[in-house]
Design a protein. Structure first.
Length: 175
């Protein structure tokens, strides 16, 4: 097969790249990603994205909660505050799952639990930074203590889960 056979003959229009592209008023086919981005924007505009983001929040809460439980268990929960994110994981996951099905829960319980998760993530970041400073050498050995001590950015990941839940609660919902 040569390239000449792929080009349209002179005077003929090339076939449309997607179905309906040749119709009046239809947008021309652009890149695959632009089409996906347009689809996502339409979902946000029509209120369909709120339910999806609520479900994604539930999934992320369970995964992140399991990871932080393993890490805090590895540290033997030596500080009582280590139990707080573990205790916040089920309520935010349940309210996010319920938010997929219930508009009322998505607008009441989900933002409350998500805000608590965000605040706990900020608090955890402070506690992790303080934990590194309490290690031998503290911040005088930043590379070693940041690698071997509590992970500085891990609580911010938990905060992002709360941020997703807040965003889901703020978005418009499909009727």
């Amino acid at each position: 097969m040569n390239l000449a056979s792929l080009r349209p003959a002179e005077g003929r229009k090339p076939a449309p790249l997607r179905q309906g592209a040749g119709k009046a008023g239809a947008r021309p086919a652009v890149g695959r990603w632009e089409g996906a981005l347009d689809h996502m924007v339409r979902n946000v505009e029509h209120g369909r994205f709120e339910r999806s983001l609520s479900g994604l929040t539930a999934f992320a809460a369970v995964i992140t909660g399991a990871e932080l439980w393993l890490e805090h268990d590895r540290a033997s929960f030596w500080n009582r505050m280590m139990w707080l994110p573990v205790a916040l994981t089920p309520p935010v996951a349940v309210s996010a799952v319920a938010g997929v099905f219930s508009r009322r829960i998505a607008k009441t319980a989900l933002p409350v639990t998500s805000a608590l998760v965000m605040l706990n993530g900020v608090q955890g970041t402070y506690l992790h930074i303080r934990g590194i400073s309490h290690r031998p050498g503290g911040w005088k050995l930043p590379r070693y203590n940041a690698e071997m001590g509590p992970p500085v950015f891990a609580p911010l990941l938990f905060s992002m889960v709360g941020g997703m839940g807040l965003l889901a609660a703020l978005l418009r919902r499909e009727r």
